[in-house]
Design a protein around this ligand. Structure first.
Ligand code: ADP
Ligand code: MG
Length: 559
């Protein structure tokens, strides 16, 4: 029989996949299971809408069988099946969406990404198999056909014998080589683990014959092997369950099972949105910073599912940088399984979900701050730097979102305060929000610059983190009150006539100040008399925008 050739694109994809790196190969099973599930979906729908079809719930399933002797792995489904034409059209060309992604990724010289992150469909079977056959009987057809291919050199189609409607995909698993091991794809326990990892929530049973041992009847120390058909997927995802049915422990378990983190989550958020874009999400605010959090290695992102099938382990587009600490997953039936990273970035639905999630996280943090202050402060200890970077980055575009989530240590109550708390405690005549910068609260407390402000009875925010003052400068104003460093030249509290007095004094002492300036040289810009000092003889102040601490940070930055 003459072999038919694949399209050129398919050939390139095949080559790339066959050379794919080890850990990504396992996703072939996800792809085949999801195709099987789609096919069952279609027949299920038909049965629901066609009176002439009668089906039982038990009729819908996917079965996976491994045979070590023949080195075959078989995926059988009771789905809608494919006609001869469909076998040819559907399996002879690579999925349209996948092909675009392939081209783009290939141009970027990084073909591996696409395989790890996205569905590349049926063809991924060639990552682990050197012969693939698909035997199928379509609903309403009397004939069955067998499609067979050894990979890049094309495929054949011939009539076959198959009693029941549905499809059976048989993979002839590759032999091991020095570099590559394929035996694992014939191990039921390994296969089960792959299914659990990627397809646990497929809504039809995925059945496997599992062999284990049990004590022999009537004997205490003799065991016998037995084989039992098992449904290996749980079928109902936790995110589809009703919140009221779930306990904190359920959410904690899911967090650990998914390896979102090794700590316990501080707070979870379960969303079920049924608006213009439908999605469910379970999001977590972790308790502690991942070890690599403040490094370049850290990758933000949420797991992304399309209708119960995992399509991406870390979808970065779902989270703004300032909420990069959030872990969890999103499932949407409005996303296509084969969507590429390129397209995801421009996907309207995904953008909508991301926007929605961002505001949910914000209100979750706000309510934590309001109702569980202790927990919030714990969170803040771990992730405050990220929030402050968020305020500072993008020229302050996100300051509105973030400013109410910030806390600073305050001189008044000797504990953390929000800007709102500060402003609401301000005496009426106080014009500015005062802050002081330094290495630690203790050191700031001893600064001569704080004296005058503190003496007035005004509260001072102590900024001890490098990034603090940058964030404050970007916020610039909170509830119409500007920020003012206690070390700035004009504090806004020295009375007018005092200023004149100072000026007169300064003129009297001009010679002394000139001599001091000459002595100090470039170390200072000038020497002036000041009214702000009480118990200290001198203090340093700054002119213009930068404060002493900011100058230090800027000087320390690599240029
Ligand atoms: P996609 O699933 O994104 O369409 P695939 O490469 O995974 O791309 O599959 C291509 C097509 O082959 C499917 O759209 C479907 O029409 C058909 N197909 C694959 N597997 C099956 C199956 N088990 N039963 C019925 N049709 C299938
Ligand atoms: Mg598919």
């Amino acid at each position: 029989m003459a072999k038919k050739q694949f399209k050129a694109e398919s050939k390139r994809l095949l080559e790339m996949m066959i050379n794919s790196i080890y850990t990504q190969r396992e996703i072939f099973l996800r792809e085949l299971v999801s195709n099987a599930s789609d096919a069952v979906d279609k027949i299920y729908y038909k049965a629901l809408t066609d009176e002439n079809l009668t089906f039982n719930k038990e009729d819908y399933y996917i079965k996976i069988t491994a045979d070590k002797t023949s080195r075959t792995l078989t995926i059988t489904d009771t789905g809608i099946g494919m006609t001869k034409e469909e076998l040819e059209n559907n399996l002879g060309v690579i999925a349209k969406s996948g092909s675009l992604a392939f081209k783009k990724e290939n141009e970027a010289q990084d073909g591996h990404n696409i395989i790890g992150q996205f569905g590349v469909g049926f063809y991924s079977a060639f990552m682990v198999a050197d012969v693939v056959t698909a035997t199928s009987k379509a609903l309403g057809s009397d004939e069955a056909y067998k499609w067979e291919s050894t990979g890049a050199d094309g495929y054949t189609i011939e009539p076959a014998a198959k009693e029941t409607v549905g499809t059976e995909i048989v993979l002839k698993i590759k032999p091991n080589t020095d570099e590559d091991q394929y035996d694992e794809y014939l191990e039921p326990y390994r296969l089960k683990a792959i299914i659990k990892k990627y397809s646990d929530f497929i809504r039809y049973p995925i059945k496997m014959d599992m062999t284990s041992s049990r004590p022999k009847e009537g004997s205490d120390n003799e065991f016998e092997e037995f084989t039992e058909e098992e449904t290996v997927n749980s079928m109902v995802p936790i995110w589809r369950k009703n919140k009221n049915e779930l306990t904190d422990a359920d959410y904690d378990n899911f967090y650990n099972e998914k390896r979102y983190g090794w700590d316990k989550p501080l707070k979870h958020l379960h969303l079920s949105v049924d608006g213009a874009v439908r999605y469910q999400a379970i999001l977590y605010i972790p308790e502690s910073t991942p070890f690599d959090y403040y490094t370049k290695e850290f990758e933000k992102g949420l797991e992304l599912y399309s209708n119960g099938v995992l399509i991406m382990e870390k979808c970065a587009d779902l989270l703004p940088d300032y909420f990069s600490f959030v872990k969890g997953m999103v499932d949407s039936e409005d996303l296509s399984l084969n969507i590429s990273r390129e397209m995801l970035q421009h996907d309207r639905q995904l953008k909508q979900i991301a926007k929605n999630i961002q505001s949910k996280i914000k209100s979750q943090l706000q309510s934590l701050l309001k109702e569980e202050r202790e927990k919030y402060e714990k969170f803040y200890e771990s992730f405050s730097r990220q929030l402050k970077f968020g305020v500072y980055n993008d020229y302050g575009a996100n300051k509105e979102v973030l400013q109410d989530l910030l806390l600073f240590y305050s001189s008044k109550e000797k504990k953390l305060a929000t800007l709102d708390e500060y402003v609401s405690r301000m005496p009426e005549e106080q014009k500015f929000i005062y802050y002081a910068t330094g290495e630690s609260n203790e050191r700031i407390e001893k600064l001569p610059q704080t004296e005058l402000v503190a003496d007035k009875g005004y509260e001072i925010l102590y900024l001890t983190d490098d990034i603090d003052e940058f964030a404050i400068k970007i916020i610039a104003k909170y509830k119409d009150k500007e920020f003012k460093s206690v070390s700035s030249g004009d504090l806004g509290i020295e009375a007018d006539e005092k200023d004149k007095e100072t000026e007169a004094e300064a003129n009297e002492s001009k010679e002394l100040f000139d001599a001091m300036k000459e002595f100090l040289g470039d170390k200072v810009m000038g020497v002036r008399a000041s009214k702000r000092l009480k118990s200290h003889p001198v203090c340093l102040t700054t002119e213009g925008e930068l404060t002493i601490e900011m100058e230090k940070v800027l000087n320390a930055m690599p240029s």
